[in-house]
Design a protein. Structure first.
Lengths: 399, 477
């Protein structure tokens, strides 16, 4: 087996823009906010960056195709800049590209930057995408919540959970994140919301109500990576290294064969196994200090707890209600409020999650700071549960 | 050898609107409509048209076999395309061999009976005649109350004849009782009393008497008189004038309404369900003249799986007048910016993939037997992954299936919210994401059995192009 990139790449600087309805700025401004903070954090100059990976998903609502808009916005003169797009895994995909460049020795210092401008469409929610000429001829339309809401039907059927019990578990997922978001200055939604409000919100895609859905916002985040040796030479002492970055993508098994029961996400399980192997994690519930998972919808987060092998199959709804994933729980999850409160500027999200883990590991998380965390996991789910992309990145303190 | 109808089928949209709801909506300006507010009328969902209904009636008539279908004739006044063969799209969905001839009959309420007469006279085995119509009607018009929608199909041939063809006669008279110009969305009607007295009562007997003369029969030799009209009374009065003493066929007014040019075939299909050996049927079509067709039931042959009785029993009753008005584009609702989604279909891709899209063909891998849709270059089974070149073609259109997952999506732009979308699991192992249509909210659930229906998948309003595909619907609602 390949040796992987565990501890071969250090993150020396990160940045994150203010997330929200950024009527005041375009994608270039969002990118600059994240970029400035990351450069300052790393203590390097723009000219020291050897290569860049730019992640953005929806070119129709953004600055356009290719890496050119990012290269122009950030004045990345004369270096290779690559645009990556892998739906909601885009941010993590950008980080993976930059990390692989450093790990391979191709460049000394690389930057991953992701951004999305979702609030230039004129309406709430995500713009509807093109699915490909063949798929557009037969595949039903359906919003993002409709894709994920189906997990609820599959999950409650498999585990014989009543609609009401599941709805309560889902509500706790969102309630907890809103509690956390209050302490997150860069979050879009910084307001606690009562269980009652969540349970009685208007229906978006049954059983998901308004508060079961993450916000839609503008934002950008960036990470500067190098080798631990160069990081040390740059004077970095407390160092966060990448323990693993793994991806798993559907081949059509879930959506075209009867080998899937609709209750979980196969790709998350595959990516988790690969990432745990790369990072050397054998007991995730004990070893992981905090998690930022893809809570595009409450049901996604709930099911992900099982798919990451943190909860036993069929137990996530109980773990959620028992507070296992609350900020003071056994495995705090969405300590910064998650997608629920930050919203989900697609290209930025994976890097925004890494930003929270990075800051928690370095003890810089302010009001949200957990007690001496050592391993932070972030997880993205692109596409839909039955045909999608799971991306997992694990960061840790360098020993 | 007897030649005639060897099988028949029907389709009436599941959606039904209480006529009282129509009358109530217009009470402020047309209180007189209340007098006709009996029963319910069928109406097409947003994704149904004369083309999709024709497919459903054709499926009902053909059953499981396509052997020997050599020609398809589709009759309607509301086919969606003026210059693109609707019959070819229907033939594709019905999986009729490409060697079959196809044509359309249109332009009058007599379109279906005229097509039937021509096909019966031609006497060619394996001719499928389908009448299908979605008559439009202006809000608050008498037609909005009396119209319905539906389709019926008959297969003609010589083996296992259900109803023998005895003879027919037609007259052509330029009697303009109503009209609809090609680019107009509604009919323009003349006075009903004039139509009854000067049109129906005088023109139909001419065709009937000519048919009697040709066949050497007298009116007393008939058990059924099948004559569509806006009112039951009109058929009764023509029957009386003809001296007919048998059964005036049910006009299906109470739970369907007049299905335009399809109505004569729909009424005929209803009669054929119960007609006994030796009973003669006088079928009449009226519109700028009249057709009279003489048939004799054999009491033998195939009965449809659904038929008219099955179609009428399968109903989703509503009292939302505005739902029908919106489905028929009579009102423009605010659907939000999501409705601006571009809907341009790649005709190249549509043709390239028509082998699997038209008749809902899954591929069965010869190596591992996995049945899969869509068919891509390689088998989807991760333990197989072999090239798809030699896949056996298996249509999913009539395969038993159940709902595996679902949600009711209120966010997406969908003309009949909520959009029920989820995985449909076929008993043969195939699976795909599908819409579930014509279902009230309390019906869709995991494990509910569904059947497949051919529908408009998306309307490209900018270019006026509908793309069609298959959807699921609960077996019962």
């Amino acid at each position: 087996m390949a040796s992987g990139i565990r501890d071969k790449v250090a993150i020396i600087g990160m940045g994150c823009s203010q997330f929200g309805e950024r009527w005041d700025t375009g994608t270039d401004g969002l990118l600059a906010e994240a970029f400035n903070e990351a450069l300052a954090d790393a203590g390097i100059e723009r000219s020291q960056i050897g290569a860049a990976w730019y992640g953005s998903c929806m070119d129709n609502a953004n600055v356009g195709n290719s890496a050119i808009p990012a290269s122009v916005a950030l004045r990345l003169d004369g270096i290779p800049v690559t645009r990556v797009e892998n739906m909601c895994a885009t941010g993590t995909e950008a980080l993976r590209g930059a990390a692989y460049a450093v790990a391979s020795g191709a460049v000394d210092i690389a930057i991953a930057v992701g951004a999305e401008k979702l609030k230039d469409t004129g309406y709430g929610g995500l713009p509807t995408g093109f699915k490909g000429t063949l798929n557009d001829l037969w595949m039903p339309i359906g919003s993002a919540p409709a894709g994920f809401a189906q997990l609820a039907a599959g999950y409650r059927t498999k585990h014989q959970i009543t609609k009401e019990d599941l709805k309560r578990g889902l509500a706790h997922v969102s309630w907890k994140s809103h509690q956390n978001g209050v302490k997150s200055p860069k979050a879009h939604l910084k307001k606690a919301v009562s269980m009652e409000t969540i349970l009685n919100a208007p229906m978006i895609a049954e059983p998901l109500g308004l508060y079961d859905c993450c916000g839609v916002s503008d934002g950008a985040a960036a990470a500067i990576v190098t080798t631990p040796e160069i990081a040390r030479a740059l004077g970095k002492k407390d160092m966060v290294t990448i323990k693993a970055i793994q991806l798993s993508i559907s081949s059509g098994v879930e959506s075209t064969t009867n080998k899937w029961d609709g209750s979980h996400v196969i790709n998350t399980r595959n990516a988790a196994k690969l990432a745990y192997a790369e990072a050397g994690i054998t007991d995730p519930r004990k070893q992981i200090s905090l998690m930022e998972v893809h809570d595009c919808f409450s049901i996604t987060e709930l099911v992900t707890m099982e798919d990451l092998f943190v909860s036993e199959e069929g137990r996530a709804v109980h773990d959620v209600l028992d507070g296992v994933f609350d900020a003071d729980g056994i495995v705090p999850c969405q300590v910064d409020g998650g997608l629920k409160c930050f919203g989900h500027p697609i290209g930025a999200s994976g890097l925004r999650m890494a930003y929270e883990n990075y800051n928690q590991l370095l003890g810089r998380a302010g009001e949200r700071q957990l007690e001496s965390p050592s391993i932070g996991l972030s997880h993205n789910l692109g596409g839909v549960p039955y045909q999608g992309i799971a991306a997992i990145s694990i960061l840790g303190l360098h020993s | 050898m007897d030649f005639g109808i060897t099988s028949f089928g029907a389709y009436v949209p599941r959606m039904r609107l209480e006529r009282a709801a129509i009358a109530k909506a217009h009470k402020w300006m047309a209180p007189g409509l209340a007098g006709a507010a009996k029963g319910s009328r069928a109406f097409c969902s947003w994704d149904e048209d004369a083309l999709t209904m024709a497919v459903e009636a054709g499926r009902d008539a053909l059953g499981a076999t396509r052997d020997g279908v050599n020609a398809i004739i589709v009759a309607s006044t509301t086919l969606p395309y003026s210059d693109l063969s609707n019959a070819a799209i229907i033939a594709g969905a019905l999986n009729i061999p490409q060697s079959a001839a196809s044509s359309e009959s249109t332009g009058s309420q007599r379109a279906a009976t005229s097509a039937l007469v021509q096909a019966l006279e031609a006497g060619k085995d394996g001719t499928l005649v389908i009448g299908s119509d979605k008559p439009p009607s202006k809000p608050a018009s008498a037609q909005e109350m009396s119209n319905g929608a539906g389709a019926a199909a008959v297969l003609l041939g010589t083996s296992n004849v259900v109803a023998k063809y005895i003879g027919s006669a037609s007259v052509t008279v330029n009697f303009a009782d109503h009209f609809r110009a090609s680019d107009e969305s509604h009919d323009y009607m003349w006075e009903e009393r004039w139509i009854r007295d000067e049109g129906l009562a005088k023109i139909i007997p001419r065709a009937v008497n000519a048919a009697l003369e040709k066949t050497g029969l007298s009116i007393g030799d008939f058990t059924y008189f099948v004559m569509p009209s806006m009112t039951r009374k009109a058929a009764d009065s023509v029957a009386k004038k003809l001296g007919f003493g048998g059964k005036v066929a049910d006009g299906l007014e109470l739970d369907c309404g007049l299905a335009g040019a399809a109505h004569p075939l729909l009424m005929l299909a209803n009669v054929l369900e119960t007609a006994k050996k030796g009973e003669r049927i006088l079928l009449v079509g009226f519109g700028q003249g009249a057709d009279a067709v003489v048939l004799e039931a054999t009491g033998a042959g195939a009965r449809p799986g659904r038929g008219v009785s099955g179609s009428l029993a399968d109903k989703y009753m509503t009292d939302d007048y505005l739902r029908m008005a919106s489905f028929y584009d009579e009102i423009e609702l605010e659907w939000g910016m999501r409705a601006e989604k571009p809907g341009k279909a790649a005709l190249t891709e549509a043709y390239r993939s028509s082998f699997q899209l038209s008749a809902f063909m899954a591929g069965k891998c010869p190596h591992c037997s996995t049945i899969q849709f869509p068919q891509l270059a390689y088998c989807v089974n991760p333990d197989c992954g072999k090239p798809a070149d030699s896949f056996e073609q298996v249509s999913l259109a009539d395969q038993p299936a159940k709902i595996l997952t679902y949600t009711a999506d209120w966010l997406s732009y969908y003309p009949a919210p909520p959009l029920f979308v989820g995985f449909v699991q076929f008993d043969n192992g195939a699976r795909l994401l599908m819409e579930t249509v014509d279902a009230p909210t309390n019906v869709v659930e995991v494990g509910v059995p569904v059947r497949m229906v051919f529908r408009i998948k998306e309307r490209d309003k900018i270019r006026g192009y509908n793309r069609y595909f298959w959807k699921s619907t609960p077996l019962t609602v």
